[in-house]
Write a protein of this length. Structure first.
Length: 215
């Protein structure tokens, strides 16, 4: 019976946490909940990191998905967009697929740094899951995490989030438009189909002022 898992988000903190736990001999299953909407750089890092894990510890990353499938496709079909106040994305595309695939794992190790301890919610009564935060417990902050990753000879991973996340800054959306115009166009198209905006005060097409990326 599996009692504990590592919730791997492919960002700086969860990568460092995974490396620390494995260094300490805690070779727990590493689980990544794939929304289908991560930035291409995140998927590239996951592939690189998995190769390193296979080489060092002969372990692969376990990838799970929501029963609703690709998050973008679901919002497109429903003519909706992710909404800041609802926060349904984390529950449906992250928590639920992990709990469904690992029903006996009642302890989830989560990579939140000591400098973000206010984000640490230790218990999800709905799923009867307890979360542990090794980085907070040992006082490890984001900058420390970068050093841990570099010590293993790995590149520091990019910020991990969905390309249609309403919590992204405008600068992040500008970066999306510049580096991945196809994905930016998809975000704009989703807004237009839903009749609502990811950044609630104006449409991305107007805010970013990069029409050439959406033609």
């Amino acid at each position: 019976m599996m009692e504990s898992i590592i919730c791997f988000g492919a960002g700086i903190n969860s990568t460092a946490m995974t490396l620390l736990l494995y260094e300490q001999g805690n070779h727990l299953p590493i689980v990544f909940a794939d929304t289908g909407c991560e930035w291409p750089e995140t998927y590239a890092f996951i592939n690189l990191f998995e190769k390193y894990l296979l080489k060092q510890w002969n372990i692969k990353i376990i990838k799970v998905q929501s029963e609703r499938g690709n998050m973008y496709d679901w919002f497109w079909k429903e003519k909706k967009i992710p909404f800041v106040r609802a926060r349904m994305c984390t529950r449906i595309w992250k928590l639920e697929p992990i709990v469904r695939n690992f029903p006996t794992a009642k302890v989830h190790f989560v990579g939140i740094g000591a400098d973000e301890s206010h984000r640490a919610k230790r218990e999800f009564k709905r799923y009867k899951v307890v979360r542990k935060f090794p980085l907070i417990e040992t006082g490890i902050k984001r900058e420390d995490c970068k050093k841990i990753i570099e010590r293993h000879g790995l590149p520091v991973p990019p910020r991990s989030n969905c390309f249609i996340c309403p919590f992204q800054s405008l600068e992040r959306y500008r970066e999306l438009a510049s580096r991945h115009p196809d994905l930016f166009a998809k975000a704009v198209a989703l807004e237009e189909r839903a009749g609502r905006w990811l950044k609630y005060y104006a449409p991305l097409r107007k805010l970013i002022l990069l029409d050439k990326y959406t033609r």
